[in-house]
Design a protein around this ligand. Structure first.
Ligand code: PEP
Ligand code: MN
Length: 338
C-alpha cells in the first residue's frame, strides 16, 4: 500500500503515522520528495481500510498495490481450484458442466419430467428454486420445504445433483442436508451473515454476482465464505444492471478472463437471467464457453408460457438440446470438452 502525505504534514504527525503502522506489524518505507512524503507499507495490508486512512487530515492519497483478498487470490494459490459437486467436478479445465432446470420448482412431477429431459440432453446438475426472491410479494414465492423435497426426489430418480437458492440462515440445515450445491442469489451477494453461515459448512457454493456489484466486491464476498472455512466457491455471472433495456440485465462476459486472472476459482455463466429472453440464451451460452467459462446454468421449462416465474427466459427441452449440441462444438474448438 502506498500512502502519500500532504505537503505540509508536520513531522510529529508523520512520526505518529509511522508508529501506528509499525504497531500493526507493517514495515514502513519512507520516500522523502521535495514536495511529498510517501510511505510504502510492506506486509499484510488486507485488514487495512483505505477510507479510514484517508480520514487522517494529513493523508493526501492511498493506493493499494495488492488486492484486498487473500484466499481467493491467484497470487497466493496459483493452481486452479476444482469444486466437486457430489462427483461432478467444476473448474481447472475439467469438462464444461451444464446445470439446467426450471427457475422455480412448481410440482414434483413437473420437476422430474424436465429433469429427465435436460439430463438426456446433456445437463449434469439440476437447478430449481424452492425459495424464490421475487420483486413483488404477490408473486409466487416458491414451494419452500416441499420444493426442496421435490428436488431430493428428482435427484433420486435421475441421479443428478441439485442446486437451489438459500435465502436465509434459518434454512441452512435443510440445505446442507438436501442440496448438493447451495446458490447464493444476486440479491444476497452481500448478505454477510449468510455468506459466513455457508462458509461454516463444507458444501459447494454457487455465488452469483450482485446486480450492481463490482468484480472486486464480488470476489470479497467469495473471500467471506472462504475466510469462514469453506474453500468450495464457484462464481456465477448473471448480468449486471445498466441503462440497456433490450435485455433484462447486461451480460459482462469479460468477468471470465478477469476472474481467471485474479482468482483460482471456477466461473459459471447464467445466460437466462443475464438476457431475460430465451431467444438470446443460446448465443450468450456459446460465447461464454468460448470465453473460457467452466459451466452454464440455464432455465428450462416444458411449458414456459405457464411457468410461475421467468417463463420468458426459459428454454423448452428441444431448444435446450440444440444449445447443448452447439455448445459441445464450441467447447471442442477452444480445447475443452462437454
Ligand atoms: C435464480 O437463479 O433463480 C435467481 C433468482 O437468480 P439471480 O439471483 O441471479 O437473480
Ligand atoms: Mn429465474
Amino acid at each position: 500500500m502506498i500512502i502519500t502525505l500532504k505537503k505540509n504534514a508536520p513531522q510529529v504527525e508523520v512520526d505518529a503515522l509511522i508508529h501506528h503502522f509499525e504497531g500493526m506489524g507493517l514495515k514502513v518505507n519512507m520516500i522523502h520528495g521535495d514536495n511529498w512524503n510517501v510511505f510504502g507499507l510492506v506486509g499484510d495490508t488486507t485488514h487495512l481500510d483505505e477510507r479510514s486512512i484517508l480520514a487522517n487530515q494529513w493523508v493526501e492519497n492511498v493506493q493499494r498495490v495488492q488486492a484486498p483478498y487473500k484466499l481467493a487470490n491467484r497470487m497466493f494459490h496459483p493452481e486452479d481450484t476444482v469444486v466437486d459437486v457430489s462427483g461432478i467436478k467444476i473448474g481447472a479445465g475439467q469438462p464444461v458442466v451444464i446445470m439446467a432446470g426450471p427457475c422455480a420448482v412448481e410440482s414434483k412431477e413437473g420437476l422430474c419430467e424436465i429433469a429427465q429431459e435436460v439430463k438426456s440432453a446433456g445437463a449434469e446438475i439440476l437447478r430449481g428454486g424452492a425459495y424464490k426472491p421475487r420483486t413483488s410479494p404477490y408473486s409466487f414465492q416458491g414451494l419452500g420445504t416441499e420444493g426442496v423435497m421435490d428436488l431430493v426426489e428428482a435427484r433420486k430418480r435421475t441421479g443428478m445433483p441439485v442446486v437451489s437458492e438459500l435465502m436465509s440462515v434459518d434454512k441452512l440445515d435443510e440445505f446442507v442436508e438436501n442440496v448438493d450445491l447451495i446458490q447464493i442469489g444476486a440479491r444476497n451477494m452481500q448478505n454477510f451473515d449468510l455468506l459466513k453461515a455457508v462458509g461454516r459448512t463444507n458444501k459447494p457454493v454457487l455465488l452469483k454476482r450482485g446486480m450492481s456489484a463490482t468484480i472486486e466486491e464480488w470476489i470479497m464476498s467469495a473471500e467471506y465464505i472462504m475466510a469462514s472455512g469453506n474453500p468450495n466457491v464457484i462464481f456465477c455471472e448473471r448480468g449486471i444492471r445498466t441503462f440497456e433495456k433490450y435485455t433484462r440485465n447486461t451480460m459482462d462476459l469479460a468477468v471470465v478472463p478477469i476472474l481467471k486472472d485474479k482468482t483460482h476459482l471456477p466461473v459459471v455463466i447464467d445466460p437466462s437471467h443475464a438476457t431475460g429472453d430465451w431467444k438470446l440464451v443460446k448465443a450468450v451460452s456459446l460465447a461464454a464457453i468460448a470465453a473460457g467459462a467452466d459451466g452454464l446454468i440455464i432455465e428450462c421449462h416444458n411449458h414456459p408460457e405457464m411457468a410461475l416465474s421467468d417463463g420468458m427466459q426459459s428454454l423448452k427441452p428441444e431448444k435446450f438440446a440444440d444449445l447443448v449440441q452447439s455448445a459441445r462444438k464450441v467447447a471442442e474448438a477452444v480445447g475443452r470438452t462437454l
